[in-house]
Design a protein. Structure first.
Length: 386
């Protein structure tokens, strides 16, 4: 740290990328990276993935407790009643170029929802909850409609008799998904709903802390999630699997990458120094789906890659993260590659909204300091003497 910065605030310390810095307190999710633990309000993620649903998990995070049956039924019914998007947003959607990337499209369309809200800037907690419900219900519709639009196919209207995951896959493909596919997507969304103060969640809290609106906060979060160092990593995993011609070729492919000190997509995490608990659950799910859909070659490639990584000293202590097996899972569900990261958005809307609500309940504007490394007292040079 520079002397000038120390003089400004003797208590300020510098951590590149804010690593290790505690920026807020939260009751929503707990991570122990050394032990490979992830909990939502105290419940291990594996328990929720095995027994809960995405809708129940969102209720849990928004309310701090599991719902009673009548409460969950009412919450689910409220979500299903909001699937359809404003006509103006639908009209805007049909003007988006078919060549647009889905993450750019969903970022723009979530932002556009605010244009049709009569009170977009309201930030009292009850009103923000209502806005969050709308965005949660309508984000899958936006994505399914855009995908149909870019394919030149007619839009499939939402069915309020279906769960969020079943309805999304139905609108996306124009046919009812199998129960296994619906369950797989539901589990993925549960696993992706929240994960501490990751980059996109931090973005949400920073924006909402200015008393800006929820649409702005979630639009900013989507922009953050699009980056390949954050939510875009699962697409890299699938590209790698497609590059490897066979299970037998995995050994030489990974060895070559390790020799070049290239990163292996889907391995390593900023927080976890042990096996990512989300990856543990997805590994089982991916294997079952691969067997059901005739994609065992993909799963076997993944297993072979993991075996090489476990064995090699160059990769010691680097474990699969949530992206590694989610790629195979999404492929088996039938999702195209560029919809992998948008699936993350659908799940994270629930978590981001929970953090926005928590931030607003006890708000303080984020305003970190900076470690200035530039010069001082530099004289201005007139333009004719430069």
């Amino acid at each position: 740290m520079t002397n000038a910065t120390q003089g400004q605030n003797a208590m300020t310390t510098y951590a590149k990328g804010l690593e290790g810095v505690i920026a807020t307190d939260s009751k929503l999710s707990f991570i122990d990276g050394e032990k490979g633990i992830l909990e939502y309000i105290g419940i291990p993620i594996g328990e929720l993935a095995s027994h809960s649903t995405f809708e129940e998990t969102v209720f849990f995070l928004w309310n701090g407790r599991l719902p009673k049956k009548a409460e969950l039924d009412a919450f689910v019914a409220s979500i299903r009643a909001r699937y359809e998007i404003p006509k103006g947003v639908e009209a805007l959607l049909t003007t988006i170029p078919a060549t647009a990337e889905p993450m750019h499209a969903i970022r723009t369309l979530v932002s556009a929802l605010g244009l049709h809200d009569p009170k977009p800037n309201a930030i009292d907690v009850p009103t923000v909850r209502e806005k969050a419900l709308n965005i949660l219900a309508q984000t899958p519709t936006l994505l399914a409609y855009f995908h149909r639009h870019r394919q030149g196919k007619p839009l499939v209207r939402p069915d309020s008799g279906k769960s969020l995951c079943e309805n999304f896959l139905y609108m996306l493909n124009g046919a009812a998904p199998t129960p296994a596919m619906t369950k797989a997507l539901d589990v993925c969304l549960v696993l992706h709903t929240d994960h501490g103060l990751n980059n996109s969640t931090f973005t949400t809290r920073v924006i909402i802390s200015t008393e800006s609106d929820l649409y702005s906060a979630l639009t900013g979060a989507i922009g953050s999630l699009r980056g390949p160092l954050h939510g875009g990593a699962n697409e890299g995993v699938m590209r790698m699997l497609n590059q490897i011609p066979s299970v037998a070729a995995c050994e030489s492919f990974i060895q070559d990458k390790l020799a070049k000190k290239d990163k292996i997509p889907g391995f390593g995490h900023r927080v976890y120094k042990a096996y990512d608990p989300r990856a543990s659950h997805l590994k089982v799910l991916a294997k079952q789906l691969a067997q059901d859909t005739g994609n065992m070659d993909l799963f076997e490639k993944s297993s072979a890659i993991e075996a090489v990584m476990n064995r090699e000293k160059a990769a010691k202590g680097i474990y699969p993260n949530v992206d590694f097996y989610s790629a195979t899972t999404y492929h088996c569900i039938g999702l195209p590659l560029d919809l992998f990261t948008p699936m993350f958005v659908i799940g994270r809307v629930g978590g981001w909204s929970a953090h926005a609500l928590e931030q607003l309940s006890n708000n303080r504007l984020y305003r970190p300091s900076v470690d200035y490394t530039g010069p001082h007292n530099v004289p201005y040079t007139p333009i004719d003497k430069r």
